[in-house]
Design a protein around this ligand. Structure first.
Ligand code: HSE
Length: 399
């Protein structure tokens, strides 16, 4: 029998877009059983919207305060975040975090640490901002019935694609706007090259299928090399390019994972997901498809999700990781072929791809493309060699 925590005194790490967003959401909601007691920031000299005594730059001030019974960690740097989370769990202080990169690399050991210390770590804000995808996968979706989780998990790249496709805005201008609006990561490469989606996918997969797969083993490719020829091609085919992350069960109790652009037809739910919104399609054996849609980035949406984890702690909520116990969790594989569009200039680059079943080829003075089947394994093997090359690839699902 667990007992509810009487009053939460929060030690907050980080007061950037999400930290400040959380504070503002707190002000609106006025929860009487929880309050932010102290905030640890890197730079004390920055002007802040709260009185100076609230802030410290010394983590020990938070850890040494015996009244603090919840750490909320919203800093940018994954390694510092990891050290803070470990330190808190080892001290028996529950943690709420939004750091997806940290979780994607350390979740396996942090699950063990939670069990060893009987201390909770919650992180719904780490994937899809305000959409409660993790808690739903954890609590509602049974492992045996779930087939796939697929969707747009990165608000910034979706925002950029919307601006390009709907308003003919340039890529650079759209990216600058996403940064100004506070959607993009401090290093926007994470957004546009698919890493942010990949980190979220790794976390989602743990709660969808009970299996942890290191991000280094999963193919990810982003939108930063997309050019006018690719946009023209998408328009000609009446499709839109979306950056899609997916985990999907295949035969033999196995599942595949990948993050890459896809040419999406109008009949798909995610076709209409615009701007910084995220959309997640959950597919199951008995219920078909379900669609979750909402704001995936920004201070208030993400702050709301952090607040939801905080209030969950008032009821002593923790993830049970039920799918990791009991029945045998499915195994990750990259043995799957699918149809791919590759736009390239150099034939040597194309030869990296072991295409079969080619259905379309195009040559002109300024670019070439090919559509055919490739295996995920082929892509995983060559992914490091693709970085920086003058090419663009995207899944081209058959109708
Ligand atoms: N940079 C992220 C995005 C923020 O654009 O989705 C939310 O995780």
């Amino acid at each position: 029998m667990t007992h509810p925590t009487p009053h939460l005194n929060i030690g907050l790490f980080g007061f950037g877009t999400v930290g400040e967003g959380l504070h503002e959401v707190f002000e609106k909601v006025r929860i009487k059983d929880a309050e932010i007691r102290r905030i640890c920031v890197r730079d004390l000299s920055k002007p802040r919207s709260l009185p100076a005594p609230m802030f410290t730059d010394n983590p020990d001030d938070i850890f040494a305060d015996p009244a603090i019974n919840l750490i909320v960690e919203l800093i940018d740097d994954a390694e510092s975040s990891y050290k803070l989370v470990r330190r808190a769990l080892e001290a028996g202080i529950p943690v709420v975090t939004g750091n997806k990169k940290m979780l994607a690399y350390h979740l396996e050991e942090l699950i063990e640490l939670q069990a060893r210390t009987s201390t909770a770590l919650l992180y719904d804000a780490s994937a899809c901002g305000s959409i409660p995808v993790i808690r739903n996968l954890e609590e509602y979706y049974d492992n045996d019935l779930l087939i796939s989780v697929k969707g747009i998990l990165n608000g910034s790249s979706n925002f950029i694609l919307s601006k390009i496709f709907n308003e003919s805005m340039s890529y650079d201008k759209a990216l600058r706007l996403a940064q100004e609006l506070g959607f993009a990561e401090s290093n926007p490469t994470f957004d546009v090259d698919g890493y942010d989606s990949l980190f979220k996918l790794v976390i989602i997969t743990v709660h969808a299928f009970g299996s942890y797969v290191s991000p280094d083993r999963v193919f990810n490719y982003g939108i930063s090399t997309m050019n006018d020829a690719d946009i023209r091609f998408a328009n000609e085919k009446r499709r839109r390019i979306k950056l899609v992350a997916q985990v999907e069960k295949i035969e033999g109790n196995r599942f595949i994972m990948c993050v890459m652009p896809q040419f999406i037809t109008k009949d798909k739910y995610i076709y209409s997901v615009e701007d910084e919104f995220n959309g997640v399609v959950i597919k199951g054996e008995c219920y078909g498809k379900q669609f979750m849609f909402g704001r995936g980035a920004g201070g208030h949406p993400t702050g709301s999700s952090v607040l939801s984890d905080i209030t969950a702690r008032l009821h002593d909520y923790k993830y049970e990781y039920k799918k990791r116990h009991g029945s045998t969790p499915p195994r990750y594989t990259d043995e799957l072929s699918f149809q791919l569009y590759l736009r390239y200039t150099d034939e040597a680059d194309r030869e990296l791809f072991r295409f079969t079943d080619i259905t379309e080829r195009y040559w002109s003075n300024d670019h070439k493309y090919v559509i055919g089947k490739v295996s995920l394994r082929n892509l995983v093997e060559i992914q490091e060699r693709l970085r920086g090359k003058d090419l663009f690839l995207a899944a081209y699902p058959e109708n």
